[in-house]
Design a protein around this ligand. Structure first.
Ligand SMILES: [Zn+2]
Length: 451
């Protein structure tokens, strides 16, 4: 069976065929680290995680790249408000993002690219665009992309430049703007006082990159000039992704991305999430209300990614109850492992092959749970197989929970053994024992269990 996905570029459901056999290059627009990501951002990251998991399930080799935007208008402005260096400020929120990621059981990307590590690649691309006549320098030393030179500009978000006569010839130095003000956008922003100590001295002069060029330079550096899939929230489609396509394709002369995939908005109580409306939530708000972060994963799957989803605490609560049921049911299946049931597996693949239809995929899981004929051991094997895609982390439920303190001691002891510090290793073993745990050596590894 073939996977079919909705490609925003063609506005059609297409059969998924990577550029090169079973290898898939996947790029996801990651967080701008000036704040804690909100639950709408996490809908996008859970979507790309589920996509990656399903591609792996279908035996594709996925190389997943996610950027960390640690230089843009917002990071500069907010670091100044907090009187911190840009690096110190953005590192704090990068760590906060990684912490949430792990709580949500999102598989880490193969590489996280920080924008500030890729300035030379951005400069190179901007210089190519200047050489080819797609970009121009202004008096203040900034460089802009001339959208009228790109005959295909607008092909992703489907609008025509002729409709924008009023603004024609204008320029926007801001990173973010609405479709109505499509104007030439900044590739390189010359330094001004509001940037403070944030600047690079380059062949383009003293300044910093615009936001859009970051993703083009990093994705091409890691995945090549043409790659398979680019994901992001629908709010990134314009201007960000439109501009990524324009810069990349004009610079390389090649088609940039084969499949563009966008998840729809997350609404809260029927409205766009906003701080002023009082309906703005980050993951910690859910945890503070005693929800398991994984219940949010289940909530995300309850809607197809191409549909808007309305978040309410009532709906999250239903998903928390459902998750508890799945977990209890799984644990009641016992220890014995059977074989994956082909019938259910085929139904699951049929649902997921249809543009990653998670509501249908979940329906297959519930059907399996309610099946009276199938043995517990076969149910167990089949549920674990589905969980490779869902990522509820069911296989971890049976593992004995070892306190972090004991794990840390065990890791220290392993290091001591590697360094042949036998006495230190014995002391740590005694310490672990006094805390009620036993450690067994297994070659270069160990196993901890309660005494
Ligand atoms: Zn991006």
């Amino acid at each position: 069976m073939a996977l079919r996905i909705y490609n925003t570029l063609t506005r059609e459901k297409e059969e998924f065929t990577p550029i090169s056999g079973k290898d898939v290059g996947l790029y996801t627009c990651g967080p701008t680290v000036y704040n804690y990501p909100h639950i709408g951002n996490y809908r996008a990251y859970i979507f790309s995680d589920m996509l990656k998991r399903y591609l792996k399930y279908k035996d594709y080799n996925v190389n997943h790249i996610m950027n960390i935007t640690d230089i843009d208008d917002k990071t500069i402005r907010q670091s100044q408000v907090e009187h911190k260096s840009l690096k110190e400020f953005t590192e704090f929120y990068t760590e906060a993002f990684f912490h949430d990621r792990d709580l949500l059981n999102i598989i880490p990307a193969d590489t996280y690219t920080k924008a500030t590590d890729y300035i030379p690649q951005m400069i190179k691309m901007i210089e190519t665009l200047l050489d080819k006549g797609y970009a121009y320098k202004t008096q203040d030393g900034s460089v802009y992309f001339d959208i009228h030179k790109d005959k295909e500009y607008g092909k992703l978000s489907h609008f025509k430049l002729e409709d924008l006569k009023e603004n024609a010839g204008g320029r926007l130095k801001k990173d973010e703007y609405e479709k109505d003000n499509a104007e030439d956008f900044a590739l390189w922003k010359s330094w001004d006082e509001s940037d403070g100590d944030v600047f690079w001295n380059t062949s383009l002069g003293k300044g910093r990159p615009g936001w859009h060029i970051e993703c083009s330079a990093m994705s091409i550096d890691k995945l090549g000039e043409s790659f398979d899939v680019h994901t992001g929230g629908v709010d990134n489609m314009f201007p960000h992704h439109e501009n990524e396509i324009a810069q990349s394709e004009c610079a390389t002369g090649k088609s940039f991305v084969k499949y563009w995939m966008h998840n729809e908005h997350l609404l809260v109580d029927g409205h766009k999430m906003s701080k002023s409306m009082g309906n703005f939530y980050i993951l910690k708000d859910l945890i503070d209300k005693n929800f398991d972060p994984i219940s949010f994963r289940l909530w995300v799957y309850a809607s197809h990614y191409v549909s808007k989803a309305n978040f309410t605490f009532e709906s999250l609560n239903s998903n928390q109850i459902a998750l508890n049921k799945i977990k209890e049911f799984y644990l009641d299946l016992g220890k014995e492992m059977g074989i994956i049931n082909d019938n259910y597996k085929n139904l699951f693949i049929e649902a997921m092959d249809d543009d990653l239809n998670t509501p249908k995929g979940l329906a297959v899981l519930w059907e399996l749970i309610k099946d009276k004929e199938l043995s517990n051991k076969d149910k167990k094997a089949t549920i674990l197989d589905f969980d490779k895609v869902f990522g509820f982390g069911l296989s971890n439920l049976e593992k004995e929970i070892i306190p972090i303190e004991i794990e840390t001691l065990a890791k220290e002891r392993l290091l001591a053994r590697e360094n042949k510090e036998w006495q230190k290793s014995d002391t740590i073993r005694d310490q672990i024992k006094s805390l009620g745990y036993e450690i067994k050596d297994l070659g270069n590894d160990y196993k901890i269990s309660k005494i």
